[in-house]
Design a binder for this molecule. Structure first.
Ligand code: SF4
Length: 223
């Protein structure tokens, strides 16, 4: 399957269980979920007029709507040309689960990479069983997509964005669903580093024995 890629870059994973791990980020174009605080709104639309060459997209800054087409082997070749050293690949977006990622994730594993998908849980996952699933559930967003039981069942970590008490209740309702993987690590992540959100997250993590996830890459000024 041809993938539409908005961005490919090497950095450090800043969130959740893989925090601190050198990673290659592969950002896929397209997301209809509609979160109001989304910090990657440039990835929402997939317009043919925004299609560019791989070389051009790789030269652009991170907030462009441009994308390029690639398959798994072409992406492996790009990693090599870029000289990337990281052995962990994060598939993010946009909403990467809109794509069939079985070929890509299997190819990455064959080349010795570990893989992780960051998803809102609103699309059926099409990935290798070895891929680490980071579910950042987006509940009652404008797009009207429900969080799927099938994704709750395979999530390795559930990383919930939180700014107010209502978000904590949303997470509790998701965790109470019979399908949810009870072994999943549970994280609260304050939305946009807001002070009140961070205080709420800290308080709630202590009370519920959940974990705190900070977007550490934003604190240290890396992408
Ligand atoms: S699911 Fe992710 S990319 Fe899509 S709107 Fe929400 S935060 Fe943005």
């Amino acid at each position: 399957m041809s993938l539409k890629l908005n961005e490919v870059f090497e950095s450090i994973q800043g969130e959740g269980a893989y925090t601190g791990v050198p990673s290659i980020f592969v950002r896929l174009q397209g997301c209809p979920v509609g979160c109001p605080w989304c910090d990657t709104q440039h990835t929402w639309s997939v317009d043919l007029e925004d299609k560019r060459s791989e070389q051009q997209v790789m030269k652009e800054s991170g907030d462009s709507r441009h994308w390029f087409s690639s398959d798994a082997e072409q992406l492996m070749a790009l990693f090599k040309r870029q000289g990337y050293q990281a052995r962990h690949v994060v598939l993010t977006g946009g909403e990467p689960a809109m794509y069939d990622l079985r070929d890509l994730t299997q190819t990455l594993h064959q080349h010795g990479f570990s893989t992780q998908i960051e998803t809102s849980g609103t699309f059926e996952l099409q990935i290798s069983p070895e891929t680490w699933v980071t579910l950042s559930p987006k509940v009652d967003m404008k797009g009207g997509y429900p969080v799927l039981d099938s994704v709750l069942a395979v999530a390795h970590e559930i990383k919930h964005p939180v700014a107010m008490e209502r978000h904590v209740e949303e997470l509790k309702a998701l965790l109470a669903r019979p399908a949810t993987n009870l072994d999943a690590l549970v994280y609260l992540q304050p939305i946009s580093q807001q002070k009140r959100a961070t205080e709420l997250a800290i308080r709630t993590c202590i009370a519920e024995n959940w974990r705190l996830s900070l977007q550490t890459h934003k604190f240290i000024g890396i992408e």
